[in-house]
Unconditional design. Structure first.
Ligand code: ACM
Length: 285
């Protein structure tokens, strides 16, 4: 499968211009699957919920309409992060489109920092979709710090995880190498570049978009500031080999009977030696 990432610097609020730039980058590319950054059409640093709602769209909005058209025109599946307007508020979503249709939608479940004041947390299950014979899972940016996300996608059979991002912390590109090794999957992490200075805040996005293979190989990685469409051929079936040694299968060797605390409430996740305030107790029962 020929996959690609498009790392670029969206201009805040300039949806039409950002969409035109995406079209320009994709024009003439021969790829099966391209991944764009999180919130690629709107930009990231919204001043307020009102501003976000004004720029957000539902599935019939101009951004989705345009992406549907591009998937048809260029015959490629597209994964892209979009601010999704809904009755309850706005989700930080990403869509998978192919052949002029929305194939899947994921709403970010782990909101980062100020996103908690702006977006509604995601409410859809993590799912794996067949794209041109390849099993693809979706996650968004800060989901990287929760290994459960890539794990559940791998358990559900994903061969490739598509990961639109707006990274500002330095850790993710390195962490995704581990996510790939521990699940034996491919990951396409796509960040934006540039800076945004709004709402009294300035953010610099770190670039370093990458495609990582199932043994943690960095197959391609972008620079910190360049705008680039990078295309690479990968063999998704390599992700079906879960044997890390002759005797160790990264999924089947798990011991879920020891992991029950992972799915208990937040309170119990503070650990057995803490009281209700989360303060360490000297008298654990
Ligand atoms: C992020 O989740 N946009 C850092």
């Amino acid at each position: 499968m020929r996959v690609a990432y498009l790392q670029f610097a969206p201009i805040f609020g300039a949806k039409k211009e950002n969409l035109e730039r995406v079209e320009h980058f994709l024009d003439g590319a021969k790829v099966d699957l391209v991944v764009l950054p999180e919130l690629f059409a709107t930009g990231y640093l919204f001043e307020s919920r009102t501003e976000l709602m004004d720029l957000a769209e539902d599935d019939r909005g101009e951004t989705l309409t345009s992406l549907k058209g591009l998937s048809l025109k260029f015959n490629m599946a597209i994964v892209a992060g979009v601010a999704e307007k809904a009755d309850v508020g706005c989700y930080n979503s990403c869509y998978l489109l192919d052949n002029g249709e929305i194939r899947s939608k994921y709403r970010k479940i782990h909101l980062f920092d100020r996103e908690k004041e702006l977006f509604v947390p995601g409410d859809l299950p993590l799912e794996v979709i067949d794209v041109r014979g390849v099993r693809v899972g979706l996650m968004i940016c800060f989901d990287w710090i929760f290994p459960e996300v890539t794990r559940i996608l791998a358990v559900k059979g994903a061969q490739i995880v598509c990961h639109p991002s707006n990274l500002v912390l330095p850790y993710c590109p390195r962490a995704m190498i581990t996510r790939c090794i521990e699940n034996s999957i491919f990951a396409i992490t796509v960040n934006r570049v540039g800076t945004e200075a709004r709402a009294g805040i300035e953010l610099r996005f770190i670039g370093l978009s990458q495609v990582v293979g199932p043994r943690g190989e960095i197959l391609v990685r972008a620079g910190e500031t360049e705008e680039v469409l990078r295309v690479i051929d990968i063999d998704p079936s390599l992700a079906d080999n879960k044997m890390i040694t002759e005797r160790n299968h990264v999924l089947n060797d798990r011991r879920p009977e020891f992991y029950g605390d992972l799915v208990e409430s937040t309170l119990s996740q503070r650990g057995p030696h803490t009281d209700d305030t989360g303060v360490a107790s000297s008298h654990p029962e």
